[in-house]
Design a protein around this ligand. Structure first.
Ligand SMILES: N=C(N)NCCCC(=O)O
Ligand SMILES: [Zn+2]
Ligand SMILES: [Zn+2]
Length: 320
């Protein structure tokens, strides 16, 4: 049976390296009547505390995503065949005003999601998670935030600025956007400012599975703990690519040693097929520090596994 959905352009007709890059060579949003999932870029990095450059992340991830293929054998789904996925282009965000940019991102994300379209956003620095959460929770109410990152991103301010890439989840928690019993960071590591950081973080509603616990617990137990924490709540997935070890993702602004392998991260994301994902982002890809697209290939595969986890599964055949 042929699919009613428009998928990636056919790589046996137009080579996959030809043409202007959309994510996975998917159709643009203008080219379909209705999208179930939109991949959208947010080229914004005015919220960074260290190396800049994530504003070039969306274009870099799209380039690396040319090689993605339609069938995901581990999840046994064809994400582009089972629902309409599109590339919605980039949201224009003012690089000289964080406040205006955050407003623009919230407005654009709200408009894109108005007819029920779910968003997978490619950043951009982690600041953008705040307006994305504001937009999605208008429809869903508070969400369980599943946050993959080396960093807590629940700090208070930098140089007095409340909206930065180190603060989105504190603001989101204060605004009542997140479910305080079900949110979780995975992959946390590296030095903090003080012990108080972890106390504040717990009060703001996050549990932590730290990077070193992959050693002691093992991957299967990490997945078990994650699913138990999320329960049956709607989940927003936020992936800071620096959750990966710098050997797997050098192209990022605030790298920390001792991170996850891409194989570990992809395995954890596959387990999310069991939960309801209402939106997701993949952020902090900074191409100036990347080599041979290593980071962008990882980010494009992370995005692909998220799209696969968001794919509806056929109902089991009735037993006769
Ligand atoms: N969200 C990312 N990638 N980094 C936050 C680091 C904040 C800091 O410089 O302390
Ligand atoms: Zn980070
Ligand atoms: Zn982050």
């Amino acid at each position: 049976m042929t699919s009613p959905f428009i998928g990636p352009s056919d790589a046996s007709i137009s080579p996959r390296y030809a043409g202007i890059a959309t994510f996975a060579r998917l159709p643009r949003i203008e080219d379909v009547p209705k999208a179930d999932i939109a991949v959208v870029g947010v080229p914004f990095d005015s919220g960074v505390s260290y190396r800049p450059g994530a504003r070039f992340g969306p274009a870099h991830v799209r380039e690396a995503s040319r090689l993605l293929r339609p069938y995901n054998p581990v999840q046994d789904v064809e994400p582009f065949n089972a629902q309409q996925i599109v590339d919605a282009g980039d949201i224009a965000a003012n690089p000289f005003s964080i406040d205006e940019a955050v407003q623009q991102i919230e407005t654009a994300a709200t408009a894109l999601g108005a007819d029920g379209t779910r968003l997978l956003t490619i950043g951009g620095d982690h600041t953008i998670a705040l307006p994305l959460l504001r937009a999605v929770t208008r429809r869903t109410g508070p969400v369980a935030v599943l946050h993959f990152d080396a960093h807590l991103d629940t700090w208070d301010t930098y140089f007095g600025a409340p909206v930065t890439h180190g603060t989105p989840f504190r603001r989101a928690s204060e605004e009542g956007l997140i479910n305080l019993d079900a949110s979780l960071h995975i992959g946390i590591r590296g030095p903090l400012y003080s012990r108080q950081d972890l106390k504040d973080d717990a009060r703001l509603g996050f549990a932590v599975i730290a990077a070193h616990e992959f050693e002691t617990d093992g991957l299967a137990r990490v997945i078990e703990r994650m699913l138990a924490r999320l329960g049956d709540r709607p989940v927003y997935v936020s992936v800071d690519i620096d959750v990966l070890d710098p050997s797997h993702a050098p192209g990022t602004g605030t790298p920390e040693a001792g991170g996850l392998t891409s194989r570990e991260l992809l395995a954890i994301i596959r387990a999310l097929a069991a939960v309801t994902i209402v939106g997701a982002d993949v952020v902090e890809v900074a191409p100036a520090y990347d080599h041979a697209q290593v980071t962008a290939v990882a980010a494009s595969h992370v995005a692909y596994e998220i799209l696969s986890a968001m794919t509806p599964r056929p109902a089991p055949a009735p037993s006769s």
